[in-house]
Design a protein around this ligand. Structure first.
Ligand code: NAP
Ligand code: MG
Length: 397
């Protein structure tokens, strides 16, 4: 069988722990045997990030800017425990955070719907896509521990020398403060990316913040979304879709009662938290896909879950694991389909869809990993281990 040629190199970002094990298996089983592909490889495993003082992460983001499409394995964001475990120089920043701020992208997370895995909420019938703003706020904040009584102020000094001050708090004892920021430019590209996505998918768009409490910061996000919506009203009408603004607490209450099928646009922190809620509500984190889209049309595909450390600990002890590889496989198929679309190579797109179908058919045929058998409507569904599942998928390719 001749291999399908992928025209432009695909940027590959390797990762850590259980997902690194799965990653290699995906390449050996589904990629290398079928595709004539040039992978521009970056090792984002925590040890190599440490060795290169995290330069490899920055290089990988620049490679995505150069070639347009990347696929990323889950990676460890080190905390103190990880610094000890891997003898790291420091607590390196989240690679996803670094890549997101270089690409200034928006993350869209969409669950994979399989007909024998019902959502935890009976009301959810269609995928809820979460669009998470990927720049600023908590993820680029500056924090201070206040050790003793004193005044904390926020000061803006303009280029022209004007100064504006506001009191944060007059402390009478120890406490904490945090400074956050965002940029009109980034919020605008976030809003545009969300409207682009919703219009192309023909799905309604919900946006939610807490602008009743945060009358300048959150309100700025709302004003920009309202403005983009007004400017693109004709396109929304043509696509037959609606834009709605909700208060975040109202949106959370509404979303659990809704049948789904919308793009839910959220600020950075809300998107982080709500995408995990939506993912587990739809079944398993192992069924949640994620794509980072930059305003200039660069794409990075990944699974929404982490490195599945608890399973990796079992794997290290030689015990059997049943880790779901579906979202990681769909990261590859998403990237390949986009690469094929951009290159104008329909056979690459067709291969990506064929692999996705093989995955879905395997699960719908009753073979799946343990996280899914627990949710499956088929009482005879078989739990396979990490590797048996991928073998079962390959049989259908
Ligand atoms: P996690 O790796 O997503 O795993 C949390 C739990 O969710 C697992 O223990 C497992 O539950 C379940 N789970 C997640 N993915 C699964 C899969 N594919 N198949 C089956 N079950 C799955 O999150 P974490 O344990 O909080 O974080 C582990 C590491 O990942 C951390 O170092 C963190 O920094 C990193 N992380 C990376 C990314 C990323 O690169 N995008 C995202 C999040 C976290 P059971 O143990 O109950 O089976
Ligand atoms: Mg999260």
């Amino acid at each position: 069988m001749s291999k399908i040629k992928v025209k432009t190199p695909l940027v590959e970002l390797d990762g850590d722990e259980m997902t690194r094990i799965i990653w290699k298996e995906i390449k050996d089983r589904f990629i290398n045997p079928y595709l004539d592909i040039q992978l521009d490889y970056y090792d984002l495993g925590v040890e190599y990030r440490d060795k290169t003082d995290d330069k490899v992460t920055v290089d990988s983001a620049h490679a995505i800017q150069k070639y347009g499409v990347g696929v990323k394995c889950a990676t460890i964001t080190p905390n103190q425990d990880r610094v000890k475990e891997y003898n790291l120089k420091k607590e390196w920043k989240s690679p996803n955070g670094t890549i997101r701020s270089i690409l200034d992208g928006t993350v869209f997370r969409k669950p994979i719907i399989v007909n024998n895995i019902p959502a935890a909420l009976r009301s959810w019938k269609k995928p809820i896509t979460v669009g998470r703003h990927a720049y600023g706020d908590l993820y680029k904040d500056t924090e201070l521990y206040i050790p003793e009584a004193g005044k904390v102020e926020i000061v803006f000094t303009s280029k022209s020398g004007k100064e504006e001050r506001a009191l944060i708090h007059d402390f009478d004892g120890p406490g904490v403060v945090m400074g956050q920021h965002n940029l009109d430019k980034s919020i605008q590209s976030f809003a545009q990316a969300c409207f682009n996505y919703a219009i192309s998918e023909k799905i309604d768009i919900w946006f939610a913040t807490k602008d009743t409490i945060s009358k300048k910061y959150h309100a700025r996000f709302r004003a920009i979304f309202d403005d983009v919506s007004a400017k693109r009203a004709d396109e929304l009408k043509k696509a037959g879709i609606q834009y709605s603004y909700y208060l975040i607490d109202d949106a959370v209450a509404q979303i659990v009662k809704n049948e789904g099928g919308m793009l839910w646009a959220l600020m950075n922190y809300d998107g982080d938290v709500m995408s995990d809620m939506v993912a587990s509500g739809f079944g398993s984190l192992g069924l949640m896909t994620s794509v980072l889209v930059s305003p200039d049309g660069k794409f990075e595909y990944e699974a929404a879950h982490g490195t599945v450390t608890r399973h990796y600990r079992k794997y290290q002890k030689g015990e059997s694991t049943s880790t779901n590889s579906v979202a990681s496989i769909f990261a590859w198929t998403g990237a390949l389909a986009k690469r094929g679309e951009l290159d104008g190579t329909p056979d690459v797109v067709a291969f990506a869809h064929k692999l996705e179908k093989a995955v879905i058919d395997t699960i719908q045929g009753g073979e799946m990993t343990k996280d899914l058998t627990l949710l499956c409507t088929d009482p005879n569904a078989k739990s396979l281990d990490t590797f048996q599942f991928m073998e079962a998928v390959q049989k259908r390719l």
